[in-house]
Design a protein around this ligand. Structure first.
Ligand code: UGA
Length: 444
C-alpha cells in the first residue's frame, strides 16, 4: 500500500468517512493539496449531490473548491465506506458527535464508523493509519475507537495498523481556507510510526506541528474551544458590567485590553452569546465528562451560564424600551448562529425567539439566507422574505448576529417600524448612521 515512485511519494491515497462540514472540507482540501481522496458517507442523497459538485451545506468558496477538486479526477465519492477504508493508506473519521440531553456526547456514529472502517481494513494488505478527526473526549480513541477497529478488522493497533487523533480547527465561514492553510497541526498517535504515517499527509504544509499522545490531542481540541467560548463569555460578562455601571463602551475596554499581547483582542466581541455546532456542545461535553470523572469544572459551567443569560439581556432591553411585550411585534435580524453561515444549530436567536414568544410577543425573523431551518426550530416565528417586511409595523427590532450587511443599515431602513426602537445585540450598527432611531446597544 505504501507508494514507491517519487511522484507518488508526496501523495497518499486517503479515505474520508463522513462528508459533513469537516469531512467534505478536508476531502476537498486534501485533494487540492495533491492527494487522491475517496470520500464516503452513508447518506446516498448527499453522495449523489457531491458527485455532481454540489455541496450539501453553505460554506463560502466550497462549491468552487469542490468542483476544482473533482476536475483533478483525484476526488471520488461513494457510500461504500468499507471499500474506501480497504483501499486507503490513511483513513480519516469525520462523523458527528452530537450532544445528549445531559450534555454528554453521543458516540454512536464514531463507534459505527470505526466498526465499518475495521471491516474494510480486514482485507487490506499494507500498513494503514486511522485518524479520528471527530471531536471526542480524552480516552475515546483508546477506549471506544481502538477496540471497535481491532474487533472488526481482526488486526492489532500499533502492530498491524496505526491509530491517531488529529483534531480539526476549522471555522464555519472560512473552513476551506483554514484547511488549506492551517495555523497548526496536532497529531496524537498511539506510537511514532502512526504519527509519521499521518505526517506524510500534511508534508506540503509549513505550519507548526505538535506530536502528542492520543488523549492529549483529544484534550487540545476541547481546551481550544472551551477557552475561546470562555473568552466570548468573559466579553459578554464585561458588557453586562459596563451596562450596570453605565456610560462605558465594552469595545473600547476590550480594544485596550487586547493591546496586551498576553490577552490579544480576538474573540472578545460581546453579543448575545456563542452558538454553532461546536462551542456549546463541546463545553457541555467537557463539563459532563469532567463531572463523570470526579471533577465538575466551575469556570466552564460559568461560561455556559453567561451564555444562557445573554439572549435574555436583549429581551430585558426590549421591555425596558417598549414595556410589556405581550402583543408587540418584535423583529429579529439574523437567524444563523453567526453571519456568513446558514447554520442555525444552537443559534442564540433560538432561545431569544422562544423567550419573546413566551412573553406573548409576535416574533418575525429575517436572515439573508436562513428561512425554513429556523421555522423548524421555533414554529411560532414568522419568517420574513426581506428586511422591509420584517421591520414593517414592528415595535422593536433586535439585531442578533453579525452579517456584514447589518453594518450598512441606516435609520431610514427602520422607517417602516411603528417606533424605531432598535436593540443592537451584536454591536454592529453604526451609531452615526442610526441618528433619529432609538438605539440601545448591549454593552454601552
Ligand atoms: C469554532 C472554532 O472557532 C473553530 O476553531 C473550531 O474548529 C470549530 O468551532 C469546531 O470545533 O469545529 P465555529 O463554530 O465555526 O468555529 O464558530 P466561531 O467563529 O468560533 O464562533 C462561535 C460563536 O461565537 C458564534 O456564535 C460567534 O458569533 C460567537 N462569537 C465569536 C462571539 O460572540 N464573539 C466573538 O468575539 C467571537
Amino acid at each position: 500500500m505504501i507508494c514507491r515512485t517519487s511522484l507518488r511519494e508526496a501523495m497518499a491515497r486517503l479515505c474520508i468517512v463522513g462528508t459533513g462540514h469537516v469531512g467534505l472540507v478536508y476531502a476537498v482540501a486534501f485533494t487540492l493539496q495533491g492527494h487522491e481522496v475517496h470520500a464516503t458517507d452513508v447518506d446516498a442523497k448527499a453522495i449523489a449531490s457531491l458527485q455532481k459538485g454540489t455541496p450539501t451545506f453553505y460554506e463560502p468558496g466550497l462549491k468552487e473548491a469542490l468542483q476544482k477538486a473533482l476536475r483533478t479526477k483525484r476526488l471520488t465519492f461513494s457510500t461504500d465506506v468499507k471499500a474506501g477504508a480497504r483501499d486507503a493508506e490513511a483513513i480519516f473519521t469525520c462523523v458527528g458527535t452530537p450532544s445528549r440531553e445531559d450534555g454528554s456526547i453521543d458516540l454512536a456514529y464514531v463507534e459505527a464508523a470505526a466498526r465499518t472502517v475495521g471491516q474494510g481494513m480486514r482485507s487490506a494488505t499494507g500498513y494503514q493509519v486511522v485518524a479520528v478527526k471527530s471531536t471526542v473526549l480524552p480516552r475515546t480513541t483508546e477506549e471506544v475507537v481502538r477496540p471497535a477497529l481491532e474487533k472488526s478488522s481482526g488486526k492489532k493497533a500499533g502492530q498491524d495498523f496505526g491509530l491517531c487523533m488529529n483534531p480539526e480547527f476549522l471555522r464555519e465561514g472560512s473552513a476551506v481556507e483554514d484547511a488549506m492553510h492551517p495555523d497548526r497541526i496536532v497529531i496524537g498517535g498511539i506510537d511514532a510510526r502512526s504519527v509519521k504515517a499521518l505526517e506524510r499527509v500534511y508534508s506540503k504544509l509549513t505550519c507548526p506541528r505538535m506530536r502528542t499522545d492520543l488523549r492529549t490531542a483529544e484534550m487540545i481540541k476541547y481546551a481550544t474551544n472551551s477557552f475561546l467560548a470562555t473568552k466570548v463569555s468573559f466579553a459578554n460578562e464585561l458588557a453586562n458590567l459596563c451596562d450596570a455601571f453605565g456610560g462605558i463602551n465594552v469595545d473600547t475596554v476590550v480594544d485596550a485590553m487586547g493591546l496586551d499581547p498576553r490577552i490579544n483582542p480576538r474573540f472578545l466581541k460581546a453579543g448575545l452569546g456563542f452558538g454553532g455546532s461546536c462551542f456549546p456542545k463541546d463545553v457541555r461535553a467537557l463539563v459532563a465528562g469532567g463531572k463523570a470523572r470526579g471533577y465538575g469544572p466551575r469556570l466552564l459551567q460559568a461560561t455556559l451560564a453567561v451564555n444562557e443569560l445573554q439572549p435574555i439581556r436583549a429581551v430585558e432591553l426590549a421591555e425596558k424600551a417598549v414595556g410589556p411585550l405581550k402583543g408587540k411585534r418584535v423583529a429579529i435580524l439574523g437567524l444563523s448562529f453567526k453571519g456568513g453561515s446558514d447554520d442555525v444549530r444552537e443559534s442564540r436567536a433560538i432561545p431569544l425567539a422562544k423567550a419573546l414568544v413566551r412573553k406573548g410577543a409576535k416574533v418575525v425573523g429575517y436572515d439573508p439566507i436562513v428561512d425554513e431551518a429556523f421555522r423548524r426550530e421555533v414554529p411560532k416565528v414568522e419568517i420574513a422574505r426581506d428586511l422591509t417586511s420584517a421591520l414593517a409595523h414592528a415595535d422593536v427590532c433586535i439585531v442578533h448576529n453579525d452579517w456584514p450587511q447589518w453594518q450598512e443599515l441606516r435609520a431610514a431602513d427602520f422607517a417602516g417600524m411603528k417606533r424605531m426602537v432598535v436593540i443592537d445585540g451584536r454591536r454592529i450598527l453604526r451609531q452615526e448612521a442610526m441618528a433619529g432611531a432609538e438605539l440601545l446597544v448591549l454593552g454601552g
